[in-house]
Design a protein around this ligand. Structure first.
Ligand SMILES: *Cc1c(COP(=O)(O)O)cnc(C)c1O
Length: 468
């Protein structure tokens, strides 16, 4: 075998595993894992040599192994800073749980709980019973059930109440949420036939009326969560739609999307229709998410007339879509906070973020700007600018809230090209920072920045040479 001198100088795996720095790694990560990593790293070095790369270097080897082990031993799901300006960001996990909910989850995870056990009668209980009375009290509903998410709640309502029959929906409400939830598709999977009524911009009561036939099983209203139809428009008020449905002994299903249990108007935010209002207007089943404006864990809630909710509960698919004890524990804690708007606003992070005064955000931006300037140097311009935050996750798509952002730019012709480079540098921090690029500037909307010290502490790790 004709080995190059550099290749011959590579120590054996056995010898390397006896070197003190590698022994330290073995103590930390275990022998098998370190052996595999060291072998992979040696392979990489040998492969590099074949292409004319550099020879073996002990310190570089130790560092490479340490980096690999550290990277692979942290999970793939990592905390990030959400400075995108979208408070309920579906790709970043939507709502953050209040402390009370986290504590309730820890209890449910570490101790046996009476999940499906009735302590009164020592009989098998119903898991939804832990939250049903609270949801009923908060919405005025006769009954409630909880499933994995709102898509599941919509599916269960349609499949239970309208399988093999027709459901009428306005053409203006055939929404797609984030690519994978589309009303026509969920309708088909639930075994229902979608009957579109009206037009994209205008739907009248008579459109529904003309479409009702012996094959009709339900009328459905869907919240236009992430768009708005503007201009020459007409939609049918929920109360009139409910009256029409009831005159034909049909249920009205209302998919509210983001159901808030606290009247946003009382918090100084734009009003969003609540499940209570939908039910009061006559809807028979109302479905909404628990991790949008409600600010809870991922779940879907269906509320409405007892007979209909009970039929949904008896659908065998309910078992496949049910929530686990962690979700129920968290949801219960969040619902308790919702009983009092003041505690809700204070304790539920989603509502706290949404109601943060712009002046407070501006002051925070002023505090942080000098640290950014110090970390990035003179080539990158740091400014505090006025922006608008989005609520996100299909809530109030048109309304935005006044906020402040730190704007980072490299002045000059390469401004647009370099905004992306700045964004990348922030993504590569130990706790990745996600902002948004707008008009050649990298913007960090501070509305959701609650760990200011942690954010500032990692700024010195930014490498401005990688940007400009
Ligand atoms: C968000 C949304 C859904 C989907 O809810 P998930 O909880 O994400 O499953 C369904 N319908 C509407 C109108 C929505 O806004």
């Amino acid at each position: 075998m004709n080995q190059s001198p550099a290749r011959r100088r590579i120590p054996s795996l056995d010898r390397l595993l006896r070197e003190p720095p590698i022994v330290a790694l073995v103590e930390r990560y275990g022998r098998r894992y370190v052996t595999e990593t060291a072998r992979a790293e040696l392979e990489r070095i040998r492969g590099g040599l074949a292409k004319g790369g550099e020879g073996f270097d002990g310190d570089a080897f130790t560092e490479a192994c340490t980096r690999r082990l550290a990277r692979e031993s942290t999970g793939s799901l990592r905390p990030v800073f959400n400075l995108t300006g979208t408070v309920l960001h579906t790709n970043l996990g939507r709502a953050l749980l209040p402390r009370a909910a986290v504590e309730a989850v820890v209890q449910a995870m570490t101790r046996p709980v009476n999940l499906e056990f009735d302590l009164e009668d020592a009989e098998r209980g119903e898991r939804d019973a832990h939250v049903e009375p609270l949801i009923a009290a908060l919405t005025g509903a006769e009954a409630a059930l909880v499933v994995n998410n709102n898509a599941a709640a919509v599916y269960l309502a349609l499949n239970t109440l309208a399988a093999r029959r027709e459901v009428l929906v306005s053409r203006g409400e055939l929404v797609e949420i984030g690519g994978s939830f589309r009303i026509p598709d969920i309708m088909a999977r639930a075994g229902c036939r979608l009957v579109e009524v009206g037009t994209t911009n205008r739907t009248h009561l008579r459109d529904y009326e003309h479409a009702i036939s012996p094959r009709t099983a339900a009328l459905m209203k869907v919240h236009a969560s992430n768009y708005s139809v503007q201009g020459f428009t007409a939609a049918v008020e929920e109360a009139r739609l409910a009256a029409l449905a009831h005159a034909h002994e049909l249920p009205l299903i209302d998919d509210l999307g983001s159901g808030t249990l606290v009247d946003l108007g009382t918090l100084g935010l734009p009003h969003e229709r609540t499940p209570r209002e939908a039910l009061a207007a006559g809807a028979d089943v109302v479905t909404f998410s628990a991790d949008k404006l409600l600010g809870g864990p991922q779940a879907g809630i269906a509320v409405g007339r007892r007979g209909l909710i009970e039929r949904m509960r008896r659908n065998p698919m309910k078992r496949a879509l049910r929530v686990d004890k962690m979700t129920l524990a968290a949801l219960d804690a969040v619902l308790r906070l919702c009983r009092d708007p003041d505690s809700a606003k204070r304790e539920i992070p989603t509502l706290a973020f949404l109601t943060r005064p712009a002046a407070q955000i501006a002051a925070q931006a002023g505090r942080i700007a000098p640290f950014l300037h110090r970390a990035l140097g003179d080539a990158i311009e740091v400014a505090v600018v006025e922006v608008r935050s989005q609520i996100g996750s299909g809530s109030l798509p048109v309304d935005s809230i006044a906020s402040h952002a730190l704007s980072l730019t490299v002045p000059g012709k390469r401004r647009h090209a370099l905004a992306g480079a700045i964004a990348r540098a922030f993504r590569e921090l130990p706790v990745p920072v996600l902002g948004r690029v707008h008009d050649g500037a990298f913007l960090l909307d501070l509305r959701c920045l609650d760990r200011e010290d942690e954010f500032v502490a990692q700024l010195p790790q930014l490498d401005p040479r990688k940007i400009a």
